[in-house]
Design a protein around this ligand. Structure first.
Ligand code: ATP
Ligand code: MN
Length: 279
């Protein structure tokens, strides 16, 4: 039993991942991955695991790159995906870079984290405001539900800048927004700093940081899933955990991977615009 609240077993979790393999494997491909394992189910102790040590997952790829400072693992095939579930993996978190160029991120992610007391409507508005700012910068942005309380905004990049520059740039965007609309946004982490507001987390854009992978399951009641959505859908969304391992299949049969169909064709901000934001 993985989740007693929905009566979901490890077998059903494995069946979920097998069923969405065609969607999640391209998202995992060549990205160092961190796992959240739940050997005693999601109500038990959770283990966040960044390397493959002591985990004999069949089909897993490991990398001993100098840049990472430690061996990292990658899940590039269905065998490794299901093997990870056999090792009680529920969540799969990925880097913002792929193994052929680990020193140059190919995306950054803004994670909208609300004060839990805020109504969902604030999250919708915050997402739209964030998209407007990214639009102004000439950046293409893509959305997914986090599977938890919020929304993740994914911005693909051509791989020119290093980790520090990209993180600094994402920080600058968030600071700018918090300065513009201090009653809505915070650029500082910690629950005290976002009372009545939404913290836009840019911190997961550094080297070695990870974010839940699209189509991956969360260790939360009902086993919600992180799901790509169309920008136009954000208004109708009911929450970050709207879809779960049981009800997401209908949606995927309907829209497939269409919401992110254009993600692989990145645009980049022109240097003058970058300079303005960073001021
Ligand atoms: P929500 O929408 O509910 O905020 P989320 O996915 O945005 O969901 P968390 O689940 O709180 O947020 O993820 C926290 C971040 O920390 C992610 O970037 C994740 O990869 C990372 N993380 C999670 N667990 C650990 C851990 N034990 N050690 C280090 N980093 C972790
Ligand atoms: Mn979040």
């Amino acid at each position: 039993m993985i989740d007693a609240s929905s009566g979901t077993t490890k077998m059903q979790l494995a069946e979920y991942y097998a069923r969405v393999a065609e969607f999640i494997l391209p998202e995992l491909k060549d990205r160092p991955v961190a796992l959240v394992r739940a050997p005693d189910g999601i109500a038990g102790e959770l283990f966040f695991q960044k390397n493959a040590e002591r985990l004999a997952i069949p089909g897993i790829t490991t990398l001993d790159k100098d840049i990472t400072g430690q061996p990292v693992m990658m899940i590039n095939n269905a065998e490794a995906l299901i093997g990870a579930v056999q090792m009680s993996t529920v969540e799969l978190h990925t880097w913002n870079a792929t193994s052929d160029k680990l020193d140059k991120p190919d995306r950054f992610i803004l994670d909208l984290d609300p004060d839990p007391a805020l109504p969902w409507k604030s999250m919708v508005e915050a997402t739209q405001l964030t998209l407007s700012v990214l639009d102004e910068l000439g950046l293409k942005a893509f959305l997914k539900t986090s599977g938890g309380k919020g929304i993740h905004v994914v911005v693909p990049l051509t791989r020119k800048l290093g980790w520090d520059e990209v993180k600094e740039f994402s920080h600058a965007i968030v600071s700018h927004m918090a300065k513009l609309l201090p009653e809505r946004f915070s650029a500082v982490s910690g629950p005290k700093n976002r009372v009545g507001r939404i913290f836009i987390d840019y911190l997961r854009n550094g080297l070695g940081a990870t974010t839940i992978c699209a189509y991956a399951v969360r260790t939360r009641e009902g086993l919600p899933v992180s799901v790509p959505i169309f920008r136009e859908e954000v208004e109708e969304l009911k929450g970050g955990n709207q879809w779960n391992v049981h009800n997401v299949h209908e949606r995927l049969a309907e829209v497939g991977h269409e919401p992110w169909a254009d993600l692989k064709k990145p645009a980049r901000p022109s240097p003058p615009i970058c300079a303005v934001v960073l001021e």
